[in-house]
Write a protein that binds this ligand. Sequence first.
Ligand code: NDP
Length: 529
Amino acid sequence: MSAVSTQTSGQPNATAATTTANGNGTAQTIKSHAPATGELVGEAPVMSKEQVAQVVARARKAQRAWGVLPIEERCDRLLRFRDAIVDRAEEIVQLLSKETGKPRHEALLHEVLPIADTLTYYCKNAPRILADRELELHLFKHKKSYLHYAPRGVIGVISPWNFPFTIPMGDVAAALVTGSAVVVKPSEVTPLIMLKAKEIFDATGLPEDLLGVVTGYGPTGQALIESGIQKVVFTGGVETGRRVAAACGAALIPCVMELGGKAPLIACADCDLEHTARSIVLGGFANSGQVCVSVERVYAHESVYEPLVRRVKQLLGELKQGDPAKSFVDIGAIIFPKQMEVAEKHIEDAVSKGAELVCGGKRVTGPGDFFEPTLLANCNHDMTVMREEIFGPVVGVQKVASEEEAIRLANDSHLGLNAYVFTKDRAKGKRMAEQIEAGSVVVNDVLINHTITEAPFGGIKQSGFGRVHGEDALREMAEVRHINYDRFALPPGNPVGFPYTEKSYGLMMKGLRALFSGRGIVQRIGELF
Ligand code: NDP
């Protein structure tokens, strides 16, 4: 795998990544362009099925030595990788910001910092989380059972372009801690940053082939799924998710599906208006709205609707937008230019059905791919802006008459990744949160839950299944083995085994009644222990 090749020739109106023939016209490369300027940032190869198979084979070989190391040693060595990421944070931030067009603050705060934290959390806690767990047996008191967490082998990670460092690297950390090797297929739109991560990984003295990166398009991801790996962690859109889940089903390997979101924000009558307005602006427009947990739709109680819309408009007017390499801007570029067409389609639909375009609504003219932060008021559920994922800097606001109506509308969605409730009454906020159909619900804050490493993250409904982060997800990353053994030496043979006779059948029937009818022995034994 070659390291990132960085070039500087300008390319106006470039898409984030284009493909060209390389050398003799057979091998293809992806050319990655800076969305803020169109400048060529670097290239990555489009890898064939055979090349993917080679990377996976090398990862499997490296895993054999890695997986048998004591977990404490694996964690010590991974902490060195964490240190290298921190040491080289500026370099990572610069490349991230260039390849995605996101502000440097966001590259640091949303991408680099969470990975330093995730690696620290896993390395400190994995020996406890992955320690053998004894099971308390309620019936088989003469036996003992425990769960043992073994490495799976090679984990495949397929990741999107909106957070091209933090999303795959969180899965990389979990896989490596559990003793597996990992191969990442980054999005074709942002292939360079994972190659940088690999360069840093290799420089820390960790076994080179333990972390593989395979670059290319969908077929490269498909080849990874079909390469004999043991598990897939996929993050991406719902439609691609269906194809990936089907391919995992055909290969009979488990998968985690982290798919799209359409996060609602409920502004209750008793919300803190200023805090709610600022949270809508941050939650809806950070990373130019290209966040799976972005605030995409607001249900505002009629008593706060007007002032809330007014204040959000004012705050949006204060944001600075532009090339993050030139100055400290608040809003960067659109990473994947097609998203601008998606935004335009939803805005047009909403306005044609009576929505008020409060601000924004169009592309910014000039070099680079920028879209104005857009606020639509007077929205309703006939409009696609309130129902389909936009994944861009567009927020729709709908007036509601009650909190019950807001909850009903929040749940009127095929997606269920994240949701937000704003109220000064914390107990009410928690009650409402429990009624919203989403994998995570945050009261009085936005976006934060993805970075709470202890908490499971993932969706319900068509937002996917399985979880990343937290103790259970780390155990899921490993292969659980149930080990059972005798507590003490038993006489040979099995009292309920062969031969099956009338007498033994009668004894078993008596046993069933003694054990389970009324306050049977099992219940009484349970009370004793
Ligand atoms: P896509 O679904 O288009 O792509 C995701 C990844 O899958 C890319 O690496 C893509 O490669 C790859 N891929 C495409 N086709 C196949 C295939 N047939 N087999 C295997 N891999 C394939 O998503 P985007 O990159 O456009 O990301 C945006 C989506 O991601 C949004 O819907 C967003 O909500 C979701 N997302 C979800 C998150 C979550 O945690 N739930 C977090 C962040 C984003 P290539 O790019 O080369 O086509």
